[in-house]
Design a protein around this ligand. Structure first.
Ligand code: SAM
Length: 279
C-alpha cells in the first residue's frame, strides 16, 4: 500500500455500509489509527482484518498525530477511522490530517457513510443549499444564541443531536426559528429502528412526546431554509444580521441600506424583527 494517510469512512449503523475500497485499504495498511481501538477492532474482526491499531481520540490527537507523521516518515501506510461515519466530521481526525498534510505526506479520502448526508438524501427538501451545523453548544444560553444567529442563514440547517438533549433542542428550534419552516427528524439511520419524519417545526415537540421511543437513539435534525422574503434577498439579510450583531438597530439599518442599496425603512423594520426574534 502506498505511503499515505487514508481517511476511511466506516458505517453509521449498518455494517454493510462500507465500500470495497475501504475494506481493501484497511486490509492493506500497516496500521489503523482509530478513535476507540475496541470499537475499531469489532469492525476489523467482522471483516477478518488483522492490522495493528493505534488510539487517536480527542484527548490525544496532537500526540497521536506526531506519531503518525513519524511512521509516515518511515514509509508506512496508515488508515484513519472514527467510531462511525466520516472521520473529521463531528469526530476526531481533522487535526491529525492537518499535521500530516503540513508534514508533506499524502492524505487520501475514502468517502462513505455520513449521518448528515444520509439524512439529507432521504429528507426530500428542495432547498439548494444546506449548512452543516453539527452539535449545538450544550449550555442553554450559548445554544439559544447559536440558533438565533442561524435564523437568518438562507439555507437548510443540519444538526447532530444526542437523545438526552433532542427534546430541548427541538423545542428551541421551534421557538426561535420561523414557524413556516419544516423539520426532518432522522433517527437511527441505517439501523433496525430507523425513522425519518418530516413535519412543520411547530409540530415536532408534540411528535417527539407522543412516544418515548421517538426520543431514543442517534439523531440528525434537518430544518428547511427560511421562507423567501419579499423584497429582501438573502445577501441583504446577511449584511443586516452581521451589522446588527455589532450595532444598534437604527445604525445597522442605515449602514445596510448604504451597502446594499435597499430602502432604509424596510431594513429598519426587518432589523427590529430580527432583534426581537424571528417572525
Ligand atoms: N462522523 C460521523 C458522521 O460522519 O456522521 C458523526 C459522528 S458524531 C460523534 C455522532 C452523531 O452523529 C450522533 O450524535 C448523531 O447526531 C449523528 N449520527 C451518527 N450516526 C447516526 C445514525 N445512525 N442515525 C442518526 N444520526 C446519527
Amino acid at each position: 500500500m502506498e505511503n499515505a494517510l487514508y481517511v476511511v469512512a466506516t458505517p453509521i449503523g449498518n455494517l454493510g455500509d462500507i465500500s470495497l475500497r475501504a475494506l481493501d485499504t484497511l486490509r492493506g495498511v500497516d496500521l489503523v489509527a482509530c478513535e476507540d481501538t475496541r470499537h475499531a477492532r469489532h469492525l476489523l474482526d467482522h471483516h477478518g482484518i488483522k492490522v495493528p491499531t493505534l488510539a487517536l481520540h480527542q484527548h490525544n490527537e496532537n500526540e497521536a498525530a506526531e506519531k503518525l507523521v513519524r511512521l509516515l516518515g518511515e514509509g508506512k501506510s496508515i488508515a484513519l477511522v472514527s467510531d462511525a461515519g466520516t472521520p473529521g466530521v463531528s469526530d476526531p481526525g481533522a487535526r491529525a490530517v492537518a499535521a500530516v498534510r503540513a508534514a508533506g505526506f499524502r492524505v487520501v479520502p475514502l468517502p462513505g457513510a455520513n449521518a448528515a448526508i444520509a439524512a439529507l438524501s432521504a429528507a426530500g427538501l428542495v432547498d439548494p443549499r444546506f449548512l452543516f451545523v453539527g452539535f449545538l453548544p450544550a449550555k442553554v444560553g450559548a445554544r439559544r444564541t447559536a440558533i438565533e444567529e442561524l435564523a437568518a442563514v438562507d439555507a437548510a440547517l443540519v444538526f447532530y443531536e444526542a437523545p438526552h438533549r433532542v427534546t430541548e433542542t427541538v423545542a428551541e428550534l421551534a421557538e426561535l426559528l420561523e414557524p413556516q419552516r419544516e423539520i426532518v427528524i432522522a433517527r437511527e439511520l441505517t439501523k433496525l429502528f430507523e425513522q425519518i419524519e418530516r413535519m412543520p417545526l411547530g409540530a415536532a415537540t408534540a411528535w417527539l412526546a407522543a412516544d418515548a421511543n421517538r426520543q431514543r437513539g442517534e439523531f440528525v435534525l434537518v430544518v428547511s431554509a427560511p421562507p423567501a422574503r419579499e423584497g429582501m434577498d438573502a445577501e441583504t439579510e446577511r449584511v443586516l444580521a452581521i451589522l446588527l450583531a455589532e450595532l444598534p438597530v437604527k445604525q445597522a439599518a442605515k449602514l445596510a441600506a448604504g451597502i446594499t442599496g435597499q430602502p432604509k425603512n424596510a431594513l429598519y423594520t426587518r432589523a427590529l424583527e430580527l432583534k426581537s426574534g424571528p417572525v
